[in-house]
Design a protein. Structure first.
Length: 198
């Protein structure tokens, strides 16, 4: 019963992810900020639906689990805006590692280590599974901002090159989606939603 209690403690702890808010807004709900739990659910489905575009053989179950757990660390570390200064990202990485140790450490040891290892794999994005997962995490905000007339891009004066750089995993992991992304970015520039930084 000790293992079950540890698992329940973890499951109740991750309920807090619903209270971590992101810059992306939910157009169909009065443009309120999206929370990280919603984001994690949404990108897990994005990966399932778009897996046919993967250029390499991926294990979609591993990819989906990566996406479901990748933002759990925000419970302790908070959500950092994607285009915050590089120094803030370096500080955030340290907070996130400590959060991963604590949160996955709530689980029974072997299960917690497996999840932490999978989270690290996602963060490092060296495997084909992690690269595809990272690409799905990055492309969803593009879909959302395009549907919301620029959304958080307009609010934060985001540049074209920032979006292309952020979505660069698509070049290798899903080239057809990369082509789509480039076309959408050009459309966003033409609409005044992104700053043309070229």
């Amino acid at each position: 019963m000790k293992a079950l209690q540890q698992q329940l403690d973890f499951l109740m702890q991750i309920d807090q992810l619903k209270a971590i808010y992101r810059q992306t807004t939910v157009k169909n709900d009065n443009d309120r900020q999206e929370n990280s739990a919603e984001h994690s659910w949404h990108i897990a489905l994005v990966a399932q639906v778009l897996q046919q575009y993967a250029a390499h053989n991926i294990d979609i179950n591993r990819v989906t689990l990566m996406l479901l757990i990748h933002d759990i660390i925000e419970i302790d570390a908070g959500d950092l805006f994607a285009f915050a200064p590089q120094q803030h990202h370096q500080e955030q990485a340290l907070k996130e590692l400590a959060a991963a140790e604590r949160l996955f450490g709530l689980l029974p040891h072997q299960q917690g280590e497996q999840m932490k290892t999978l989270w690290i794999e996602f963060e490092q994005a060296k495997s084909v599974d992690a690269q595809f997962a990272k690409a799905m995490d990055r492309i969803l905000p593009l879909f959302q901002n395009m549907a919301n007339h620029g959304g958080s891009w307009v609010k934060h004066s985001v540049k074209k090159q920032q979006i292309l750089a952020r979505n660069s995993y698509l070049q290798e992991s899903a080239p057809k989606l990369w082509e789509y992304t480039c076309a959408q970015v050009d459309l966003a520039v033409n609409n005044g939603w992104l700053i043309d930084s070229e």
